[in-house]
Design a protein around this ligand. Sequence first.
Ligand SMILES: Nc1ncnc2c1ncn2[C@@H]1O[C@H](COP(=O)(O)OP(=O)(O)OP(=O)(O)O)[C@@H](O)[C@H]1O
Length: 301
Amino acid sequence: MIVVSRPADHGPVLRADSVALVRDGRHLLRDISLTVDPGEHWALLGANGAGKSTLLGLLGAVTHPSRGVVEVLGRTMGRVDVRELRSYLGHVNPRHTPDGPLRVRDVVLTGLTNTAAPVPRWAPTEQESERADRLIAMLGMSRRAQATWATLSQGERGRALIARALMPQPRLLLLDEPATGLDLAAREQLLASIDALRARHSSLATVLVTHHLEELPATTTHAMLLRDGRCLAAGPVADVLTSELVSACFEHPVRLVRSDDGRWAARAEPVPAAMPDEPAPAAMPDEPAPVAMPGEPAPVP
Ligand SMILES: Nc1ncnc2c1ncn2[C@@H]1O[C@H](COP(=O)(O)OP(=O)(O)OP(=O)(O)O)[C@@H](O)[C@H]1O
């Protein structure tokens, strides 16, 4: 049966139960379970090729699982019209390319039709136009609202795409490496915009994919670590973003630090080179727990 009604606006925003995805006989994801409730802000972390974008595709109703159940906004994948369901999600893909020489405001409005170009003979209502302007202002893009897409910097595009994704007033916002390619200032502005957005919309849930801990907004509440398509750990950030688990996730010793402003930084620990005829050193030496130096942010165990 195809569902054509607006999804329920209560209950978990996302639920994945023992999900697997197989392509060409290869498991890209195995046995992934996850529940995202309103107001939660998840980070999906893992090395290149760990399966982050693949999982985001499942959570964003873009792909179907080979096994297991995925529920998006209370609807079970496989039993719903995914195109309609997707129109209730905000999906920020930094590789999104508008079709034609559109201005920022036009691109933001295409978030309502979930298309790359304005739909012929479709026009936004007055309310929708006002909402576009409000979101453009909220993302700090008012002065660039009439600029054509081609003239925008990478950071401006990132913020415009978040405004676009928010047009249908989604309960769920999916962000796939939103800070990729941004310089320091643009990244910081983007993260501040995401923090402000979350503070303003307390029931919005978000899932953000990255492989850089420095790109996590301070408002991140939960994290899932993926390695080779499997979930290594998932839960509240304080339990999951530890030096030990992140080292295991990236298969390299890493020291994690969370600063007073709630942001994370990761430093790769040097791995001593093996000398000829000596056994190779262990990938993660069994070191004592790091100790905070006076005036330094506390290391995360
Ligand atoms: N359609 C597909 N068919 C076969 N293999 C695929 C397909 N899509 C992705 N893969 C493979 O699945 C693995 C996971 O890819 P995915 O893009 O999800 O990783 P990722 O964690 O997002 O990586 P990155 O950080 O590099 O973006 C990769 O080895 C990739 O080559």
